[in-house]
Design a protein around this ligand. Sequence first.
Ligand SMILES: Nc1nc2c(ncn2[C@@H]2O[C@H](COP(=O)(O)OP(=O)(O)OP(=O)(O)O)[C@@H](O)[C@H]2O)c(=O)[nH]1
Ligand SMILES: [Mg+2]
Length: 395
Amino acid sequence: MRRGLIPTIEDYVGRRARVYGGERAILVDVVPPGVDGGGRLSELASLARTAGVHIVGTALQRRPRPDPARYVGRGKAEEIRDRARDLGADTLILGSELTPAQARTLEEATGLKVIDRSQLILDIFAQRAGTKEAALAVELAQLEYLLPRLRGWGQALTNPGAGIGTSGPGETRLEQGRRAIRRRIQSVREDLRKVTQDRGVQQARRRRSGPPEVAIVGYTNSGKSTLFNRLTGCDTLAEDKLFATLDTRVRRVALPRGEVLLTDTVGFIRDLPHQLIPAFQATLGAVRDAAALLLVLDAADPAAEDHLRVVREVIAQIAGPDRAPPPVLYVLNKVDLIVTPEEEAQLAVLCDAAVPHVVLSAKMGHNVPELVLALTALLNSRAPAPAPGGSRVGP
Ligand SMILES: Nc1nc2c(ncn2[C@@H]2O[C@H](COP(=O)(O)OP(=O)(O)OP(=O)(O)O)[C@@H](O)[C@H]2O)c(=O)[nH]1
Ligand SMILES: [Mg+2]
C-alpha cells in the first residue's frame, strides 16, 4: 500500500473510504416532498457507473431535509441494511455530501461502506487523471477532503472493535496521520504550482502570437468532445460517461475568416466538490481568456434547463465580478434524439433562453456548417475587421 515512504490515503482510512470500481451499491438520496428525485438519482447512477460501480438497488427517502445524525432516518437505515443483505450489496452511495459524523453513524448503522457524492466525483477524477497536472490536482483535492474526516474514519475503520475511545495508541496514530497528510498536502501543492507555472508560460506565449481562442464548455456528457472532433477532424475521447475529458485539449481549426484555437474542456456538474476547483485551472484559464465560448447543451436531456443555469453560473464565477464573460454561442446538441412533443417543447424553451444559438447534432453532423457560420459571425462582431484585401469575410 505504500509508494516508497509516502503514506497513501489507504494507510489511514483503509479501502472502505473510497470507490475503486466493482462495488455492489445501493444508491440513496433524500428529497423534499414535491421535488423530482428521479433526475437526481439518474445523475447519481451515471456517476456511479462511470466509477465502475454495479448498481443493485436504489432508495429514495422523502423528508424536508436529511437527518442530521445519519442522513436518512433510523427506520430507513435499518430497512436499507436489510435490503443490502438480500441484494448482496456492500456499499451505499449517497446523493449529497455527508458530514463526517453522518457518514460514520450511517456506516455503523448499516455495516456498509458509505460513499457520498463528493467522494464519488473525487474518485472518478482520480481514476481518470491522465496527466501529471491532473493527477496532482486530484490528489490534493482527495487529501483536503480527507483531512477533516480522518477522525471519523480512523475510529470506525482502522481500529475496528476498539470502541469509541480516542486515547492511547489510537490517538497517536491519528495525530501522526494528520501530520503526514498535512505534509503531503504541502508537497503536492508545491509540485502543482511548478507544473501550472510552466503551462502558464506556454499559454502566455501562445496568446501573444496565436489566433483567437474559442473554448467549448458545458455540462458533463453534453457532447463537447464529439463537437470538438467534428470541428477538428481528430478523435479525442468521447464516451457515454461523465467526465470522459479531464484535461483540456487544444487544436487549430480553419474557419472561413481565419484560424482559431479550439479548446475542449472538463465538463461542469452541479455541486462540484469545492476541493476540485484547482483541478479546473486549465479550464478556468481557457474560459477566462477565450474570444468566444461554444456552450454545448444536451437539448434532449430532461434536465437541460438546469444544466444551462449551472453552466452559466460557473462561467460567471470564472469571469469574476469585474469582468464580462466572453460572448457565448449556444449549441443545442443531440437534436437527433428529440422526438416526443415534450422534448420539442423543451427545445423551444431553450431556443428562447439561449441566444444566439445553433440547433445541431454533433454526432450525426447535422447543421455543423451553420455552427461554423454563426461562430465566424460572432468573432467578426467583436474583432476589428481585417485590412482590405485581407482574408475573406463570411463563407
Ligand atoms: N445521439 C447523440 N449522441 C451524442 C451527440 N453528441 C454526443 N453524443 C453522445 O453523448 C455522449 C457524450 O459525448 P461526449 O462528446 O463525450 O461529451 P462531453 O461533453 O465531452 O463529456 P465529458 O467529457 O464527459 O464532460 C457520447 O456517447 C456521444 O456519442 C449527438 O448529437 N447525438
Ligand atoms: Mg469530453
